[in-house]
Design a protein around this ligand. Sequence first.
Ligand code: UTP
Length: 296
Amino acid sequence: MAFRITKAVIPAAGLGTRFLPATKAMPKEMLPVVDKPAIQYVVEEAVAAGLTDVLMITGRNKNALENHFDRVTELEATLEEKGDVDRLAKVEYSNDLADMHYVRQGDPRGLGHAVMRARMHVGREPFAVLLGDDLIDERDVLLSRMIEEQNNRNATIIALMEVDPSMTHMYGIATVEMTGTPDVVKVTGLVEKPSAGTSPSNYAIIGRYVLQPDVFDVLEHTEPGKGGEIQLTDALQSMAANNIAGGVYGVVFRGRRYDTGDRLDYIKAIVQLAVERPDLGPDLKPWLKQFSADLD
Ligand code: UTP
């Protein structure tokens, strides 16, 4: 039976060690991408795909995340007094974006462990998982396509992207078979961050999933894997290999994705997005051209 998917789970309890010291007292999901924290892009994406019930898995420093999606009465009153309507709208926009819920992970024992914490909230329905590290350009469709495939196939759906073979050691990698549907593949196996030269393909998992609730039972029995962490990829490998709850399919994404979990890619993402913004692009572009000419 096809369920209408309404719930999104956003794990945001990682330590963010690659961004220290910025992430010493702040979750990396709060890092600004131009002028919005990364997490807001992700919540907006979930809402745009019809998922208005959002459960965030938080860790230490969770206050900043909760506060961002809540009212800030003093600030709102000051902006109102000043008649600064535009800024007031920006502040208020994130207050009522979605029906937000929070649960703590406790020790950050891996992405699979974080997803497990959603079990009570999700119940026995398929649900989406979105990682705050991966920003998908709002002009390119991914999540709603995955939800559609989940409805059609009653299976687990992951997002895949073809990466350069030199990059496969940084991702979960899928072994795939073609289906009759363009850009939809059957996943027959998954491996987390294969060492150089051992990757079964260049189809890399990116941070969007539409999961069958059976994943919780599988995660419960998933032993710590790479890095001593409970890996979501390992649970999905078991579901793919044993065809659990309809098996696993991949939607191949060919649009614009910004990896903000890595410092260099984070800087590139900000420049790329700012250049395209009507309020910043016209001034940034000529400066950027001059700056890069001066580098030579
Ligand atoms: P990452 O491995 O990219 O996050 O996890 P990290 O561990 O915070 O990053 P670094 O490598 O130390 O810089 C992918 C996503 O899963 C969440 C993270 O918050 C991130 O959104 N995560 C990871 C959890 O919620 N809990 C965990 O135990 C691990």
